[in-house]
Design a protein. Structure first.
Length: 362
């Protein structure tokens, strides 16, 4: 962290200079919220209020860093996501030397969305609207897409509305564009990616059309559309089955050629296949499911990278409290700290739409 970066933090830091006859030490106090702590790597990831709004950074910890939680000496493992902290940062050593935490973070909690009898929910960025698939609808063959809405994150979803046939919905952050899987005509043997849009949330969707530039990807799986609608992830099938990603310049532009989202070595090492992806807006964090290998008690992964041009390589399993063992369709809402999933905390492999409240990405 440079002095320029410390000035960037200026709304919430206190900078001091300690002059002696031998040297000068530049130090700062940073007020932040804990996102995660990696004691083995000696790093802490925090969210803080910078000059232009909230942002996240990862800082190195001194090997001799001291920790206090609510005024009591503690170890690093006592720091939890959501803790309010004051960090003493030593500019000369570029490390955190002291952490003072306060408060009691809320524990992640699984809540079954029992008012929705469907699977694979795709919420809007504010979490007020959700699209999902339902089987067993009278006078229908296969899955039908439905939509529901709620007042806020503490309310029930209501106003359940039938849309049209389809599977694996992926809605844009503003709720105005929807991608999903469907057959292009009744005699088609496999589904392809389709897209539809609407003018506003209270207007119906237009008749969907096949995404022509991606129609060569037959029988794709689990699409995910980023909040801005400019990045699409899905699992391709066939001889080169893998998670892929494609982008476009704007919502009226064609999609580019899909490229691998995760290095092949990851699936080789896991001896399973990756599916059901969620990608952060900056493209640096990926959450997905690993399937096809029953040895894993937990199947939800988080992967991170430093740029969005190279495939993800580094991964770890998410072992957050109260996250079900077997999960599909993870959809994280940063604004409400909710992780929407399709899973079940106790009865597996029975699935239902649920949400992990008070969830912070590790």
């Amino acid at each position: 962290m440079s002095q320029n970066f410390l000035l960037w933090l200026s709304p919430l830091i206190f900078v001091s200079l300690f002059a002696t006859e031998v040297d000068t030490c530049f130090a700062a106090e940073i007020e932040a919220d804990v996102i995660s702590v990696d004691s083995e790597a000696g790093k802490i990831t925090v969210n803080y209020k910078a000059a232009l709004g909230k942002t996240t950074t990862t800082l190195d910890l001194s090997k001799k860093a001291t920790v206090e939680v609510n005024g009591q000496a503690a170890s690093l493992d006592k720091l939890k996501p959501g803790h309010k902290v004051v960090l003493d940062y030593n500019e000369d050593l570029a490390v955190i030397t002291e952490i003072r935490a306060s408060g009691t973070p809320k524990v992640p909690e699984f809540v079954g969305v029992q008012e929705i009898n469907g699977l694979y929910g795709s919420p809007t960025a504010d979490g007020k609207h959700i699209v999902y698939e339902v089987y067993g609808v009278p006078n229908s063959n296969g899955a039908i897409l439905f939509t529901s809405q709620r007042k806020d994150s503490e309310s029930y979803f209501q106003q359940h509305q039938r849309l049209f046939p389809g599977r694996h919905p992926a809605i844009s952050g503003n709720g105005l564009e929807l991608m999903f899987l469907a057959k292009s005509h009744p005699s088609a043997s496999e589904p392809t990616l389709h897209s539809t849009s609407r003018e506003s949330l209270d207007q119906p969707f237009r008749r969907a059309t096949e995404v022509r530039e991606l129609k060569t990807f037959r029988n794709p799986k689990s699409p995910y559309l980023t909040s801005d609608g400019l990045t699409l992830c899905f699992r391709s099938t066939g001889n080169n089955a893998q998670l892929v990603v494609t982008t476009r310049e704007n919502r009226n532009s064609p999609w580019g050629s899909p490229r691998p989202l995760v290095a092949k070595s990851v699936e080789t090492k896991l001896q399973g296949f990756l599916t059901w992806s969620w990608l952060s807006e900056d493209g640096l964090i990926l959450v997905c499911s690993v399937e096809g290998n029953p040895k894993y008690k937990k199947n939800l992964l988080v992967l991170k990278r430093t740029d969005n041009k190279t495939p993800f390589v580094d991964y770890k399993f998410i072992d957050t409290e109260n996250v079900p063992n077997q999960v599909r369709c993870p959809r994280y809402l940063l604004g409400t700290k909710e992780l929407f999933i399709t899973g079940h905390p106790k009865v597996e492999p029975i699935f239902q739409i649920g949400v992990i409240k008070n969830f912070t990405l590790p």
